[in-house]
Ligand binder design. Structure first.
Ligand SMILES: [Zn+2]
Length: 89
């Protein structure tokens, strides 16, 4: 289903940075956080990498699993309220 609004969408890693958001990656098998930050991800895959339905090609260094999940998180240091950071689906 296509979004009906053109207003404010965040679809790339660069958009997340611009909006003060971050991403955390965690291993689904051993449940450890990966040492991967959004800024590192941008160094590796670029600002224009979309994150929606994207699975970072990374592997957990502790257990070797590729079952890595990504969580978007709001940056708590954000100074300006953005209203609704996501469009309701
Ligand atoms: Zn693991």
């Amino acid at each position: 289903m296509k979004p009906t609004h053109q207003s404010f969408t965040i679809s790339t890693l660069g958009d997340l940075v611009d909006n003060g958001m971050g991403i955390a990656w965690a291993c689904d098998d051993c449940h450890r956080d990966l040492d991967l930050t959004l800024s590192r991800a941008i160094e590796m895959w670029g600002h224009d990498q979309t994150y929606v339905r994207w699975k970072a090609p990374v592997r957990c260094v502790r257990c070797g699993s590729r079952n890595v999940s990504m969580r978007i998180r709001a940056n708590t240091t954000i100074k300006q309220a953005t209203g609704r950071p996501f469009e309701p689906s």
